[in-house]
Ligand binder design. Structure first.
Ligand SMILES: [Fe+2]
Ligand SMILES: [Fe+2]
Length: 157
């Protein structure tokens, strides 16, 4: 992908999210928490959202795939909206890896009015850890994969 394409993609991504009601809320809320290493949960969600967007655009352009990019980006932004510090010791979230997709989904409904398609993406983003919560859409698979890719790069940086 050349520089002009990168610039255009970044611009269209920003145009997509800037008009979202949830954006300011998520930014204020999720930057309070640390995700991995020095990365805040907000940065993690933003990176997952942008990487998912790039992958969706690649599939659209290369394979003529039909994808709901807007809901994909929304759900990726909300996918780790659990809103607590999972590094702190607390019995109620000691199974964080297994339980946080459901907590994030409930918060996404309460604070951002996530629709059912977005909810499904959020609750399946930790599969295969959450064994029965298998991604049900192409968009959910994209967010699931991009979350793993971004998490690995955060942990090893
Ligand atoms: Fe997560
Ligand atoms: Fe994540």
């Amino acid at each position: 992908m050349n520089t002009k394409n990168n610039y255009e993609l970044r611009k269209s991504f920003l145009n997509l999210i800037i008009k979202k009601d949830y954006y300011k809320f998520l930014k204020n809320e999720l930057k309070k928490y640390c995700q991995h290493g020095k990365t805040s949960t907000f940065k993690h969600c933003r990176d997952v959202a942008y990487t998912s967007y790039l992958m969706a655009k690649f599939f659209e352009n290369r394979f003529n795939a039909s994808l709901d990019t807007e809901n994909l980006v929304d759900a990726a932004y909300m996918h780790d909206m659990f809103m607590y510090d999972w590094h702190e010791k607390a019995t109620w979230h000691k199974l964080h890896g297994f339980t946080h997709p459901e907590v994030a989904k409930q918060n996404a409904i309460e604070f951002c009015h996530a629709n059912e398609f977005e909810q499904s993406i959020i609750e399946t983003h930790m599969w295969p850890l959450t064994l029965t919560k298998i991604p049900k859409s192409k968009e959910a698979w994209i967010v699931n994969l991009c979350d793993k890719y971004i998490t690995i790069s955060e942990v090893f940086h």
